[in-house]
Design a protein around this ligand. Structure first.
Ligand code: OAD
Length: 248
């Protein structure tokens, strides 16, 4: 086991206020494509055409067609060992919360209890007029674009580019980052703000930075203290085993 694992496990063993910040890479081994890079969602569906609020409002039917296709392509996905490892750390009292950019609900399905969803959750839809929230269901395909009983336009309850993030998620994440003693960054390319700022805030507050990714990122080159290179479904379970070993 290399030095990065030793250091990361030691930091987690001492941690009292650790947080994790996750991106699409944590769900890659569950079969959900990431956004950027070869085969990424944004290479097939350019974000300026499919993922901005103005694109949604201008062409809601096109957006909904894309959204139904996306839902079909990720139907039945299950959490993988990376999600399970983060849930285990919380259970062991070594992780306070997971802040995720993902909208797939897989952290919750793996058993994580405190999950802050930065970009919403694809399980839900919301009416842009009356604010009614409901579960995404196949009934929504009966008319495209779907409308609420109040006749308002229905939108997936996820954050599109050009939309405000939930103030609750922002405030809670910022408070956690400012008090964190360890931050575990998993599977994010560090390209989208303000999510990419959370680990930097934590580092400034004195946190030890662990990063799990298949390749180096801007974080690796700037703030990371222990880089666990490889698929998170392999590296994170290894790390948890080491933390357990050191604790017993
Ligand atoms: P990206 O697609 O930008 O980055 C995915 C990261 O995961 C990359 O750094 C990969 O190297 C890494 N990765 C891939 N497979 C991995 C694996 N098995 N184990 C560990 N790491 C792996 O996705 P995000 O950083 O999540 O926002 O993207 C951030 C935001 O950009 C998304 O939430 C979304 C998107 O536009 C909105 O839609 C608002």
């Amino acid at each position: 086991m290399n030095d990065a694992y030793e250091k990361a496990a030691a930091a987690l063993r001492r941690a009292r206020r650790a947080i994790a910040v996750t991106g699409a890479g944590v769900s890659a081994e569950s079969g959900i494509p990431t956004f950027r890079g070869a085969g990424g969602i944004w290479t097939k569906y350019p974000p300026e055409q499919y993922a901005t609020l103005s694109a949604f409002l201008d062409h809601p039917a096109d957006f909904w067609q894309f959204w139904h296709e996306l839902q079909d392509s990720v139907g039945g996905v299950q959490p993988n060992p990376a999600h399970a490892a983060l849930a285990a750390l919380e259970q062991m009292g070594r992780l306070q919360a997971v802040i995720t950019q993902n909208i797939d609900n897989l952290h919750q399905n793996a058993g994580s209890r405190r999950v802050i969803e930065y970009h919403g959750n694809a399980r839900y839809v919301v009416c842009l007029d009356c604010g009614r929230r409901a579960e995404y269901s196949l009934d929504l395909r009966e008319t495209t674009p779907p409308h609420c009983v109040c006749r308002g336009l229905i939108k997936p309850d996820v954050v599109l580019f050009g939309e405000m993030l939930s103030p609750d998620a922002l405030v809670e994440s910022d408070a956690l980052a400012n008090r964190a003693d360890v931050v575990i960054i998993v599977g994010t390319s560090a390209q989208v703000y303000p999510a990419a700022a959370i680990p930097v805030t934590a580092k400034r507050a004195g946190a030890f930075v662990i990063e799990a990714n298949i390749e180096p990122t801007d974080f690796t080159r700037s703030i990371t203290d222990a880089f666990l290179e490889g698929p998170a479904g392999e590296t994170l379970p290894k790390l948890v085993e080491m933390v357990k070993g050191e604790e017993s």
